[in-house]
Design a protein around this ligand. Structure first.
Ligand SMILES: C[S@@+](CC[C@H](N)C(=O)[O-])C[C@H]1O[C@@H](n2cnc3c(N)ncnc32)[C@H](O)[C@@H]1O
Length: 305
């Protein structure tokens, strides 16, 4: 019952494009990151427990495709839960062809006939989310107008580009992916589990923006956001958090900054801590149309000293 009440209030809230992320904002339908490649480069996802931002569900889906054993999700926007649920049920129960028509055919975009076979499998909240769309055709429900917006990096999403990956995902996805509605700064209070990998997308980009100096901002994010989560929810022996996904990055300059952060951390008083934390970066093949610079994701790994 709580779900449907929360969804009702979220959907009745006026949604405005371009506002900071909030509990009832417009939703992402797909990712704009190259998650598949950075998870492959991270390696060793197989058999692991993952906690990730929910967003469109794509971080969770790519984690499962890389062999994750279990995936839990969180998001500040309650409505992302419904996007993730809808896509999960579609991938598990509908053909690749129907999925593609529903999201990418201009005429059949969000066509209710396509999802009729799974309507009764959807939670009341997700049905209400869809009904609201059908009643108002309210485009402000989506961050970008349609699924085909060039900001989505569809050519980097495994299960979109490979029908076999879609079918495989349908077999390995659980019926329901656990979702908790929370701001990133409250994760350690909301989750009790310990995870091997935690994915935070580019949430960093919107936090501590008053700090101009990027290394200082990363250190502030580490102290205020990452450390409480690392203490409680990150595997002490090799757990990794992926944060600060950046597009179109001068990776040579970014590498210099990461090296400087590593030198600083090597000298830090935190060396008395029982755990060692290493900040590093992964170059990711670009997900933008501007091909000359890669994307980059910053990582923090926790190890026992
Ligand atoms: C930062 S957005 C950007 C889209 C992302 N690059 C992707 O590929 O999906 C990803 C998700 O983070 C959520 N988010 C933003 N700020 C958050 C915060 N402080 N705590 C928890 N989730 C947050 C948004 O609601 C959104 O669903």
């Amino acid at each position: 019952m709580m779900d449907i009440i929360k969804t009702h209030f979220a959907l009745n809230k006026k949604r405005v494009k371009g506002q900071p992320f909030n509990w009832a904002g417009p939703v992402f339908l797909f990712t704009n990151e190259n998650i598949a490649d950075y998870l492959k480069k991270l390696g060793n996802v197989s058999g692991k427990d993952v906690l990730t931002v929910a967003a469109s569900g794509d971080h969770a889906f790519e984690s499962f495709l890389c062999g994750a054993k279990h995936v839990d999700t969180f998001d500040i926007n309650y409505l992302q839960k419904h996007v993730m649920e809808l896509k999960t049920k579609m991938i598990k129960n509908l053909s690749y062809h129907d999925f593609m028509r529903f999201f990418f055919s201009h005429k059949k975009f969000f066509d209710r006939e396509i999802i009729r076979p799974i309507w009764n499998k959807l939670s009341p909240g997700t049905r209400m989310f869809l009904k609201k769309y059908y009643e108002r055709k309210d485009q402000v429900m989506f961050v970008y107008g349609s699924s085909q917006d060039s900001y989505y990096n569809l050519d980097k999403i495994s299960y979109i580009n490979d029908e076999k990956a879609y079918e495989h995902l349908g077999k390995i996805l659980p019926d329901k992916i656990r979702f908790k509605h929370t701001d990133i700064s409250n994760i350690s209070n909301k989750f009790d589990g310990v995870y091997d990998i935690i994915l935070m997308s580019n949430i960093f980009e919107y936090m501590f923006t008053e700090i101009q100096d990027v290394p200082e901002r990363i250190m502030t994010f580490r102290d205020k956001i990452l450390m409480p989560i690392a203490d409680k929810n990150l595997n002490p022996n090799g757990g990794v958090m992926c944060f600060n996904y950046r597009w179109y990055t001068d990776n040579v300059k970014y590498r210099e900054m990461i090296d400087a952060i590593q030198r600083y951390m090597a000298q830090s008083v935190d060396n008395f801590d029982t755990h060692k934390h290493v900040i590093d970066m992964i170059d990711v093949p670009t997900s933008t149309i501007l091909k000359d610079r890669p994307d980059v994701i910053t990582t923090l790994t926790q190890k026992v000293r």
